[in-house]
Design a protein around this ligand. Structure first.
Ligand code: ACO
Length: 326
C-alpha cells in the first residue's frame, strides 16, 4: 500500500497585530491574566477586506513555491475551517480559483480546531488508495470575525491565519505513519456559534443577542481537553511502537499553554521538544498546527528522519493526532 508524505509547507498571517495591551483598552482584562491563563501575548487579525480564502491561498502559494510546483499540479484541495468565506461555495473552491488549481477537486472539512488533522487524515487516504497524487491540505481561519468583542472570556483567545502542506506518495521511509480522528458530541454545546445558520437564521434578534459569535464553556472544555489529549498522545505513540524519547518534536494545537504543558508532562517531554508559537498567534483553530509546522520547518527545528507528533482538540468535541516520520 502506498504511503503519503509532506513535501512542502507554507503559512500566512494577516499583517495587523492586536496585543494584550490593546485588549486591555477594549474589555475588563489584563496582559497578566491573559499571559498567565493562556500563554498568549498577541494575535494577528484580518483587515476588513481579507477573508479566510485570502489567507489560505497565500499559505498555499508559499507551500507551492517551496515545493517548486505549479497550482495546476495539485489534484486535491482540502481546506479545514470553521470560519469559511460563506456557506457555499466552499472555501476550498475559492482557494482553487485564487491560485488557479484547475485540475483539483476541492472541498472543506469542519472539525473546528482538529480540522487540519482531519484533513491530513482524509488526504492521506486519497493518496494511499491512488485516488490522487498531489494533495494540498490547508487549515485557515478568521475567528476574530466571529468573536464578541465585549466578551472578555473569549475575545482574548483567538487569532487569524493559515497554514498549508502538500502531500505526495512516498517511496521511502519519510511518511505519514499514522493518523487518528475521533469525535464525541456529548459536549457539543461546550464551544459553539449558535446563531446565523439553519438552526437560528440571521435576524435582528441574532445580531442583538450576538448569537452569531463564539460561545465557549472554557473551563469545562479545558478539563476534557487535558484528559483526552493525555490519553491520545500515549495511544498514538503506542500504535506506532514508539517511545516518547524517540520523538523529536511535539507539534500541538495552540489553544492554551497550560493544556500543552500537561500533554508534554504526560509524555515526560521537556518543553524544548514542544513547538510553541501561541504567544504570537493566539488560538488560530484549524490553522494553528500547519502554521507551527511551517515555522518549525523554516527555522530548522525538523531534520529528515525525525519523528513528529501532531495533536489537536476542539469544538464538536473533536480530537485528532498524526505521527510523521519526516
Ligand atoms: N480577563 C480577566 N479575567 C477573566 C478573563 C479575561 N480575559 N476571562 C475570564 N476571566 C475571569 C472569569 O470571569 C473568572 O472570574 P470569577 O472567578 O470571578 O468567576 C476567572 O477569570 C476564571 O475563569 P475560568 O474560565 O475558570 O478561567 P480558566 O483558568 O479556565 O481559563 C480559558 C479560561 C483560558 C478559556 C481556559 O479555560 C481554556 O483555555 N479553555 C480551553 C479552550 C480550548 O481548548 N478550546 C478548544 C478549541 S476552540 C475551538 O474549537 C474553536
Amino acid at each position: 500500500m502506498l504511503k503519503s508524505r509532506i513535501i512542502a509547507t507554507g503559512s500566512f498571517v494577516p499583517e495587523k497585530i492586536l496585543t494584550n495591551r490593546d485588549l486591555e483598552r477594549m474589555v475588563d482584562t489584563s496582559d497578566e491574566w491573559i499571559l498567565e491563563r493562556t500563554g498568549i501575548r498577541e494575535r494577528h487579525v484580518v483587515s476588513k477586506d481579507e477573508s479566510t480564502s485570502d489567507l489560505a491561498a497565500e499559505a498555499a502559494r508559499q507551500a507551492l513555491k517551496s515545493a517548486g510546483l505549479k497550482a495546476k499540479d495539485i489534484d486535491l484541495i482540502i481546506v479545514a475551517t470553521c470560519t469559511p468565506d460563506m456557506f457555499f461555495p466552499s472555501t476550498a473552491c475559492m482557494v482553487q480559483h485564487k491560485i488557479g488549481a484547475v485540475h483539483a477537486a476541492a472541498f472543506d472539512i469542519n472539525a473546528a480546531c482538529s480540522g487540519f488533522l482531519y484533513g491530513l487524515s482524509v488526504a492521506d487516504k486519497f493518496i494511499r488508495t491512488g485516488t490522487c497524487t498531489r494533495a494540498l491540505v490547508i487549515g485557515a481561519e478568521t475567528l476574530t470575525r466571529f468573536v464578541d468583542w465585549e466578551d472578555r472570556t473569549t475575545c482574548v483567545l483567538f487569532g487569524d491565519g493559515a497554514g498549508a502542506v502538500i502531500l505526495e506518495p512516498s517511496d521511502d521511509e519519510s511518511a505519514l505513519l499514522y493518523t487518528h480522528i475521533k469525535s464525541d458530541a456529548e459536549y457539543w454545546d461546550y464551544i459553539q456559534i449558535p446563531g446565523g445558520a439553519s438552526k437560528e437564521p440571521a435576524s435582528k434578534t441574532v445580531l442583538e443577542k450576538r448569537s452569531n459569535t463564539i460561545r465557549m464553556k472554557g473551563n469545562e472544555t479545558f478539563k476534557v481537553a487535558v484528559k483526552t489529549l493525555e490519553t491520545l498522545v500515549v495511544d498514538t505513540l503506542e500504535q506506532c511502537n514508539l517511545k516518547p524519547s524517540q520523538l523529536a518534536l511535539l507539534i500541538p494545537h495552540q489553544a492554551n499553554l497550560r493544556i500543552i504543558q500537561a500533554t508534554a508532562k504526560r509524555l515526560g517531554l521537556s518543553m524544548d521538544r514542544v513547538m510553541l508559537n501561541l504567544d504570537r498567534y493566539g488560538n488560530t483553530s484549524a490553522a494553528s498546527i500547519p502554521i507551527a509546522l511551517d515555522e518549525a520547518v523554516r527555522t530548522g527545528r525538523i531534520r529528515r528522519g525525525d519523528y513528529l507528533l501532531l495533536e489537536a482538540f476542539g469544538a464538536g468535541l473533536t480530537w485528532a493526532s498524526a505521527l510523521i516520520k519526516w
